[in-house]
Design a protein around this ligand. Structure first.
Ligand code: FAD
Length: 459
């Protein structure tokens, strides 16, 4: 008799796991049932800001594989609009509600993949019946915001609450659609995923696009008129608006897991081992935004909800379920984004994280350009490096600049992943031609500067 795999959550992690398992085991050997409470499978939430701005079409263009494709080409039983409401580990069963047809189904499993993603942080004041208030997590959220922006009366003013990378990307999208945008951030600046000195460069770029940035200010309520949001309430008075988009971050979606007794780690996400197995529960796997993972530099467990990790972790789980052997090696915190033409990249630890992990370190900032200074289109590029003292091992890097800035972080990510020192890095054989870099690449300039800073301290 075929064994049965049940997958909860039909996006990046869940469908990667299901697809990999199917590649290794045919339907006679492994039956696969996927429960997805939404309307889409394998979609790119990452593309939503560019759909909102109108740069890319959607939602179809953001879907990698439809439920029908999984049914016909992967022989999976994909049950859309089905929400799993409980897991019984003793009986090895899940219970799901049919959100369209009504009723309840109960299915047994041999293997279970828990891939429910994350849920947006939603403070009590954001629970409202007023129209025009949006979270930004799923394609359905994107569709709802687009409908609101297109409908009459067309919104002219927008408030984005929270200046993480999603808030920043949505602010950019709304500016590009011609709205007047205010970004409200409770911290000292938006883009706290990089150090404050680098974040300031991002904030400057946003201001120059016309985004009003209000920092050290928390939203505490909403005002509405005729059923539509009309302002956000702050300690410095109301900010009038026609639409509010929340970008306050996410937390792992673990409610079901907790109720079933899956172990959570110190970050509040599900604990897994390097093969994506949930410890102590044979046949139970978890992957994606709902799990925590090892930070390879700090050595600490972290919750880093990114699609790049969700896809890899799902793949690892699926290979193992399929009878192969795969491990997830942890993360180093690499991420990229942009604000119009300004690109931002980071990898490893920020200063605050390096200090919290107990490292002694130096940090340097090198100003350079993306191309030879005389070449058309040369623009500033700022590279920050954080290096352990006295060893010189690279601990973190951040880049802010115009074209070719963001993906340069990958060079630094590879150096960091492989434990290189800034001294080693000064000798890297990086490509040079005037359209792509100055003769000394900004990465090499920054590495030399870090070597000098270490030498000055330990002289
Ligand atoms: C606007 C935006 C931009 C982003 N940009 C980037 C980027 O540029 N780079 C990057 O790496 N990452 C980015 N991300 C993050 C990335 O989208 C996520 O990390 C990734 O989607 C996580 O995949 P996942 O499968 O773990 O979870 P999800 O994609 O959240 O999928 C989980 C699925 O589980 C379903 N589900 C949950 N509970 C149940 C239940 N009880 N029963 C049935 N189904 C359930 C949900 O409906 C959902 O479809 C972005 C996210 C957003 C929102």
């Amino acid at each position: 008799m075929a064994q049965r795999l049940i997958v909860i959550g039909g996006d990046a992690a869940g469908m990667s796991a299901a697809s990999q398992a199917r590649r290794r085991r045919d339907r006679g050997d492994l039956e696969i049932i996927v429960f997805e409470r939404g309307n889409f499978t394998s979609y790119s939430a990452c593309g939503i800001p560019y759909w909102i701005s109108g740069l890319v079409p959607g939602p179809e263009a953001l879907i990698a594989r439809s439920p029908e494709t999984f049914r016909t080409e992967y022989a999976m039983d994909v049950r859309m609009r089905h929400e799993v409401t409980s897991i019984d580990l003793e009986r090895r069963e899940v219970v799901a509600q049919d959100l369209e047809g009504g009723g309840e189904v109960r299915e047994r499993f041999d293997d279970l993949v828990y891939a429910t993603g994350a849920v947006p942080v939603k403070p009590p004041w954001a629970v409202t019946d007023a129209g025009g208030v949006f979270g930004m997590q799923t394609l359905d959220d994107g569709a709802a915001l687009r409908d609101w922006l297109d409908a009459d009366p067309q919104p002219r003013r927008a408030v984005v609450v929270g200046g993480g990378y999603i808030g920043v990307e949505i602010a950019e999208a709304l500016i590009q659609r011609g709205l007047s945008v205010t970004l409200v951030e409770a911290g000292q600046q938006p883009m706290a995923t990089v150090d404050p000195d680098m974040a300031e460069l991002v904030a400057d770029a946003m201001r120059s696009l016309g985004v009003t940035i209000r920092t050290s200010l928390a939203v505490s309520g909403l005002e509405q008129q005729d059923g539509r949001v009309s302002a956000v309430v702050t300690a410095e008075g109301p900010i009038p608006t026609d639409v509010v988009v929340m970008g306050l971050g996410v937390r792992p979606n673990t409610a079901l897991a907790e109720a079933a007794g899956l172990p959570l780690g110190p970050t509040g996400a599900i604990r897994v081992d390097r093969r994506m197995r949930v410890p102590g529960l044979p046949g139970v796997w978890a992957a994606g935004d709902c799990v925590e993972t090892l930070h390879r530099v700090s050595g600490l467990p972290v919750h880093v909800p990114l699609g790049t990790h969700a896809n890899k972790q799902g793949r690892v789980a699926g290979i193992n379920i399929g009878g192969g052997y795969a491990t997830f090696a942890g993360v180093i915190g690499t991420a990229v984004t942009k604000v119009c033409d300004l690109e931002v990249g980071r990898t490893g630890l920020r200063e605050r994280e390096a200090a919290a992990a107990g490292f002694e370190f130096v940090s340097v900032i090198a100003e350079s350009t993306n191309r030879a200074g005389y070449y058309p289109g040369a623009r500033p590029m700022t590279v920050k490096l954080i290096a352990e003292r006295p060893s010189g091992r690279l601990l973190g890097a951040q880049i802010v600049g115009w074209s070719e800035a963001a993906k340069r972080i990958d060079t630094l990510a590879v150096a960091l992943w492989n434990g290189m020192t800034v001294d080693d890095m000064t000798a890297l054989d990086l490509g040079y031609a005037p359209p792509y870099a100055p003769v000394w690449d900004p990465v090499l300039i920054a590495a030399r500067k870090a070597v000098d800073a270490l030498a000055a301290l330990d002289r």
